[in-house]
Design a binder for this molecule. Structure first.
Ligand code: NAP
Length: 251
């Protein structure tokens, strides 16, 4: 039997990169998707290959249907199977109240965080589902503790998009439960990655870390551990679940 394959969207940096590295350690061949930062994606692939694993990087904006279709075609051609999809690619935006949010901002937030997740899941289901002749598989979506907190006056559009991701997780899990596919989500709290800088708040982890229940922010690798568990057979009776990885923040 050939080696299982995992696609990690947004695998070039942060939680996605940590997931790609940990999954390679666990024996998967890895597809490292990225949007623009090919150098970061190449570094993740280089590290995996240097450790004896197999991986390749592929640029594709997950909100661009043609790019997503081309990415899955490339996976078919190069690896010939797909066992796990980690829908990790996601964006935030600058802190704003709803009154100031433009339609362009709202559209981008939902196109990447929600439609990107749904598009990649759609293509994965076509390949994994036993109803389509597939051998089954797992999908792990990356939500956010903002679903329970709301992120008022910061990015309620982001929180709402992740709420859609969680409903989609539950809904798709039920839709494909009889087709050898499990669908779950992780809900990270404040994790030390570059996403906070991209939301105009590079000091967020340093400023808020000590005030969190565990007295610190989480690491990308701590989220990756939950993702790998949900993707693997060890979680074989778990589907439609959301695993909180917020160091106690959301409860
Ligand atoms: P990050 O460090 O900013 O990395 C984002 C990753 O997503 C990069 O690999 C980026 O690719 C990729 N990406 C962005 N837009 C994309 C698109 N349209 N198509 C394909 N890839 C795209 O973010 P992170 O903190 O690791 O966050 C990862 C996930 O965790 C996101 O869904 C985020 O919402 C969620 N999350 C994060 C936190 C946190 O505190 N960090 C908390 C809760 C949830 P490039 O390298 O090419 O830009």
């Amino acid at each position: 039997m050939s080696t299982p394959v995992m696609l990690v969207t947004g695998g070039s940096r942060g939680i996605g990169a940590a997931t790609a590295r940990m999954a390679a350690e666990a024996g998967y061949r890895i597809v490292v998707n990225y949007a623009a930062n090919s150098a970061a994606a190449d570094m993740v692939v280089g590290d995996i290959v240097a450790d004896g694993g197999q991986a390749f990087a592929i640029g594709a904006d997950v909100s661009d249907e043609d790019a997503v279709l081309a990415m899955f075609d490339e996976i078919d051609a190069r690896y010939g199977r797909l066992d796990a999809l980690v829908n990790n690619a996601g964006v935030v935006d600058d802190a704003e109240r709803l009154e100031d949010m433009s339609m362009d901002r709202l559209r981008r937030m939902f196109e990447i965080n929600v439609f990107g997740t749904m598009l990649c899941a759609r293509e994965a289901v076509k390949r994994m589902s036993s109803a389509h002749g597939g051998r089954g598989g797992t999908i792990v979506n990356v939500s956010s503790a903002s679903v329970t907190l709301g992120s008022p006056s910061q990015y309620i559009d982001y929180a709402s998009s992740k709420g859609a991701v969680e409903t989609f997780t539950m809904a798709l899990a039920k839709e494909v439960v009889g087709e050898k596919i499990r669908v779950n989500a992780v809900r990270p709290g404040i994790i030390d990655t570059e996403i906070h800088a991209s939301g105009g708040d590079p000091d967020r982890v340093a400023r808020l870390g000590a005030s969190l229940p565990m007295g610190r922010a989480g690491t990308a690798r701590e989220v990756a551990g939950a993702i790998i568990w949900l993707a693997s057979d060890i979680s074989s009776y778990t589907t439609g679940a959301v695993v909180d990885v917020s160091g106690g923040r959301a409860v």
